[in-house]
Design a protein around this ligand. Sequence first.
Ligand code: B12
Length: 212
Amino acid sequence: MSQPPSFDSLRLAVVDGDVDQAAALAAQALAAGMDPLEIIERGFSEGIREVGELWEEGEYFLPELIQGAEAMQAAMDVLRPALEGGAGGSEPIGRVVIGTVQGDLHDIGKSLVGTLLAAHGFEVHDLGADVPVEAFVERARRTGARIVAASALLTTTMPVQKRLVDALAAAGLEVRVMVGGAPTSPAWAAEIGAHHAENAQRAVELARELSA
Ligand code: B12
C-alpha cells in the first residue's frame, strides 16, 4: 500500500491551483486506504476555503479562484467513484431532488451532498447549478420526491431558497426542503420553513430523519 499523503499537502494542491497534483494526491490517498470523505473534508475542502479567504482579502484574483476550484474538481472526479460505492441495487430509501438555486454557479458542495445521499441509498435527481425554482417544482412533482435540497453559496441567492419553499407550497406538494451552503444557517432555514445541514455527512442524517 502506498504512503498516505498529509492533509496539508492536499490543502496546498488546491491553494496552489495545481490540477495535476490534486488529482494525483487524491489517487494516492485512496490507494493508501484513506477515507474518501475525510480526504475531502480535512484536506481539499480546507484548501478551497483558504482560496476563498485569500480572494476575499484581495490576495487572490478571479483566475486563482477559478484555478483553485478546478483543482478541487479534479480531486473530486478521482474521489467520486469511491464515495459512490455504498448502497447499490436495493430499493431507494427516499427520493431527493437537488440543485443549486438560480443565479448561483457554485456546485462543488451540492454535488458532494448529492453523491453522498446516493451512496447512502437515496434516489437522487441532481438538476445541476443555476436551477430555476420552477425546475425544482416540476421535477419534484414528476418524481414524487419527498425531499427537495437546495444549495446557495451567495448571500444574493439565499432568498431564492425562500422562493423555492413558497413555490413548492403553492404547488401543493408535500415535500420537506433541505437548505445548505456557506452563508446559510439553522436560523435562516427555520425562518423560511426549511431544514438545515452544515455539511454532506449531516445532510445524509437529516435526509434520513426527514424520510422516517
Ligand atoms: C470555488 C468557489 C467559486 C468557484 C465555483 C466553482 C464551482 N463549480 O462550484 C467559482 C470560481 C466559479 C466562483 C465564482 C464566484 N464566487 Co465563489 N467561491 C468559491 C469558494 C472559494 C469555495 C466554495 C466551495 O466549493 N467550497 C467547498 C464545498 C465542499 O463546500 P460548500 O460549498 O460550503 O458545501 C458544503 C456545505 O456548505 C454543505 N452544503 C452545500 N450545499 C448544500 C446543500 C444542501 C441541501 C445541504 C443540506 C448542505 C449543503 O455541504 C457541503 C459539503 O460539506 C467560496 C468560499 C467559501 N468559503 O465557500 C467562494 C464564495 C462562495 N464565492 C464568492 C463570490 C463573491 C463569487 C463570485 C461572485 C465572484 C465574482 N466576482 O465573479 C462568483 C459568483 C458566480 C455565480 N454566479 O455563482 C463569495 C460569496 C460572498 C457572499 N457573501 O455572497 C465566497 C464566499 C468567497 C468569499 N470569501 O468572498 N466561486
